[in-house]
Design a binder for this molecule. Structure first.
Ligand code: NA7
Length: 530
């Protein structure tokens, strides 16, 4: 008879969340196994290898803080790290903390079933057999399942089709090619300028224009790095107090309480500095439509200044609130459209009807291309977890429980699925925060929770439904007081046909961290421990 392998914990995914979770669990003397579908570690940064892929949070912040040695010794080269550098960092972490023996690559978790009698999760692997674990931790990432557009005829296209989220490891040479890019989110905005440097022509199919702030990327100034490294703990602590958990230099003033000159000066300064901190120019940009409109007008003017053809500029100008869809950070995005071989197809006027062997057809015209880039995003926040067949203690399937939208207590656990933890799950700040600190916060919380259980000889923890309902309601209340529900973003699941429209992340890092602390300190209020 085959013996079933037994672990204290199975961690699903070897991105930044899975790597640190493994390290923490091992420090606690637990036998943990990371199961990773890819044949390398790094998660998002393993898969997203498209030209120009880089983080939109500065490197000095988008990095682990759990080990001071690590944060002191690692040298980032640029203000915003590229995908290859982030992948090197993930591999360095796996080497440095000797994580490899407990990571199983090229293996997918296909199902998890909780055996209530044994108090164990039965985890099904592909390829491979079943394993058992007391705890399962979903370190599956918020943006890990590509969203493939349901365009008729896509399979009939004669040339190669690349999704930005599943880019070939060997890279793609676009020289002499006529390239069609579908989508104008962050991945498109980062890649289009670089694709245009190589390609014979680039035709961008835009369903919704996006706001983008210049990155002003460049090599890191050694003095700036030395300053942060000299006071890294203070720097990290200060960032925990900021709304998005990142060094956005949050301005406490309302956009409406300053005069026009002051407002313009603030926006100009933030535009000149570059990056996502633009969204913290005033305290009410994500809460007040009128305040937001001042930012919108500012960026609109910038787009009109950057794009020479006024009609093209108008097509590239969004009419949604700034930040409602995730703000993008670019290098030469709008300027790229001034080149003769780059053109925009505005799908708001003429939607895509089909793809055929030769290219893309809209209601008004056929566009011949040699290859297609699908920069069409992800089934965000729930996609990876929902694709695993998860059955809880009462036989309930998670996919059924979440059919009308995800429900999770603190974004960390979901009632009826004991001993299953989510890292940066729906209902936590996750994608509305600096992901790496948020990952570490969740890993630490989960590790301390398990320690608490061990200390008190508890073997099972489950979120209480009433606490979960209350939390989900609170997440929605906060979101409804903001501009976020006002457009069709992936925060709401609106980018995936048929997905329930529910705002998934929690807005506000400091109150969230405080709430998690209170709950833990009070002995895990809202959870049942048995
Ligand atoms: P995003 O931001 O979801 O962008 C996807 C883009 O693809 C967006 O412009 C979509 O238009 C467009 N899209 C999706 N489906 C279609 C179809 N069927 N036809 C035409 N256009 C389509 O994904 P990214 O990968 O760029 O970025 C994801 C995050 O990664 C980003 O926010 C950063 O946090 C990093 P839509 O806006 O839905 O009309």
């Amino acid at each position: 008879m085959q013996t079933v392998k037994m672990y204290d914990a199975v961690v699903v995914g070897a991105g930044f969340a899975g790597l640190y979770m493994l390290h923490r669990l091992r420090q606690q003397g637990m036998q943990a196994r990371v199961i990773e579908a890819g044949d390398g570690v790094g998660g998002t940064w393993y898969w997203n290898r498209y030209p120009g892929a880089r983080c939109d949070i500065p490197s000095m912040e988008y990095s682990y803080q759990f080990s001071d040695e690590l944060q002191q010794e690692w040298q980032w080269s640029e203000r915003y790290a590229t995908q290859p550098e982030l992948l090197r960092y993930a591999n360095h972490v796996a080497d440095r903390f000797e994580l490899w023996p407990d990571i199983q690559l090229s293996t997918r978790v296909t199902a998890c079933r909780f055996d209530a009698d044994a108090g164990l999760w039965q985890v099904t692997l592909d390829p491979g057999a079943e394993v058992q674990a007391r705890f399962v931790v979903m370190a599956t990432g918020c943006l890990s399942v590509p969203n493939f557009p349901d365009i008729p005829g896509l399979q009939d296209f004669d040339g190669p089709v690349y999704h930005t989220g599943q880019w070939p490891h060997e890279g793609v040479d676009f020289s002499g090619r006529r390239v069609g890019v579908i989508g104008t989110g962050s991945s498109a905005i980062q890649s289009i300028p670089l694709i245009a440097e190589q390609a014979q022509s680039v035709t961008v199919f835009q369903r919704t224009p996006n706001y983008s702030i210049p990155a002003h990327n460049g090599p890191l100034d050694p003095d700036y790095v030395a300053d942060i490294k000299a006071n890294y703990a203070d720097y990290r602590a200060a960032n925990w107090q900021r709304g998005f958990g990142a060094d956005f230099r949050d301005n406490e003033l309302s956009a409406l309480e300053v005069d026009d000159e002051q407002r313009q000066a603030e926006y100009e300064a933030r535009w000149a500095r570059g990056g996502l901190a633009f969204l913290a120019a005033f305290s009410d940009l994500v809460f007040d439509d009128d305040a937001n409109a001042t930012a919108r007008d500012f960026i609109r003017n910038k787009i009109q200044g950057l794009v020479e053809d006024p009609q093209l500029a108008a097509q590239l100008t969004p009419d949604t609130p700034v930040g409602c869809k995730r703000l993008c950070v670019d290098t030469n995005y709008y300027e790229t459209f001034n080149q003769d071989h780059v053109s925009l197809v505005d799908l708001r006027e003429h939607p895509i009807e089909a793809v055929d062997a030769g290219g893309v057809r809209t209601a008004s015209q056929a566009y011949e291309v040699d290859c297609l880039v699908l920069a069409t995003g992800f089934d965000a926040m729930t996609g990876a977890v929902s694709r695993i067949d998860i059955t809880g203690s009462q036989g309930q399937r998670l996919a059924d429980k979440w059919a009308e939208g995800p429900r999770a207590y603190l974004g960390l656990a979901t009632a009826g699925f004991p001993n299953l933890f989510l890292i940066t799950g729906p209902g936590s700040p996750s994608v509305l925060s600096n992901m790496l600190p948020s990952i570490e916060h969740h890993v630490n919380w989960i590790a301390e929770c398990i320690e608490h259980m061990q200390r008190h000889q508890k073997s099972v923890i489950d979120a209480q439904l009433a606490a979960e309902d209350e939390w989900v309601e609170h997440v929605n209340e906060v979101a409804d007081a903001s501009i976020y529900p006002r457009c069709n973003s992936w925060y709401l699941g609106a980018n995936v046909p048929g997905k329930s429209r529910v705002f998934m992340p929690y807005l506000g890092v400091p109150p969230y961290v405080e709430k998690c602390r209170e709950i833990a300190d009070a002995g895990y209020t809202g959870f049942s421990l048995g």
